[in-house]
Design a protein around this ligand. Sequence first.
Ligand SMILES: [Zn+2]
Ligand SMILES: [Zn+2]
Length: 327
Amino acid sequence: MKCLKLKEIGSLILVEMPIPETKPDEILIKVSHCALCRTDAKMWQQGHRDLLLPRVLGHEICGYCEETGKSYVVWPGKACGICQQCLRGAENLCSEMRILGFHKDGGFAEFVSVPKSGLIAVPEELPGYIACLAEPLACTLNALKQAKVSAGKKVLIYGGGPVGLLMALAVRTEGAEPLILEISSSKLRKSEAFRTRVGFEQGLECKMSGFDVVVNAAPSSDILSQGLSKLATGGCFCLFSGFTAKDSVSTAVINEIHYRQLQMVGAYGCTYNQMERALQILLDFREDIEFLIEKRIGLEQVPSVIAQVLSGQAMRFVVELDKRSRA
Ligand SMILES: [Zn+2]
Ligand SMILES: [Zn+2]
């Protein structure tokens, strides 16, 4: 089968590999679509804490079982099921966690071997190139859960890329009010069609403050100090994007958290249940979500768009491996 392998940092190549063998608790999935995420691009550029090389990347996977014809999206983790985190329903934090496209070969391949426990059936009406966004949408649901976003709360999202926009949709489904801040006017133009459809306010700057929750869905570390100043006293900053090694945090930032009794929460990955919910949201908004897709591309085109993904100037690229995505 054809697959896209990250051999080492900076070297992503199309190779032939045998179809993966499946263990008794796994199933062979024929990949129909796998979305290309900023995390994949960052892995190519600088690696990742959870990445074991060489690796077939891709963790936003939709595909089907050739024997039954049934379509699935894939919760990309495999958790132990018995540790404290698993038992409290936070299996994304399992210490034994193995993630497809990180620890194990992922979805930028014609076939992927998936733990049966990670399969979520895709409703008939949902095309595979939309369904594969269940994973990033679920990650935003996890962030909102950690930040205790509930009805009536005001949420400021830094970053108006596809994930920031998915997060705004998730905020809306919680009954809360999202505001998106995006510093790039070209990106604002890109997202205009989607924003107009769903009626999201978005601007290049934000004069308002007093937000209950601020989330960073963009890479700049300056967002931390700016975002804290936008919070209501006692508000919550959710660290959705990680910092890089060259970022640092000042004493002024720490003291603002202290004096204004602010809260900080982290969010990483998503749970199986959050992906099930994400799939329902995608179904409800499927016609709008179309506008978050930059382009459907072939596996061989991925290396040529990586720089564009890193620049943050594109909506979501989805790799289309098989147009047939359902029974
Ligand atoms: Zn991702
Ligand atoms: Zn566990």
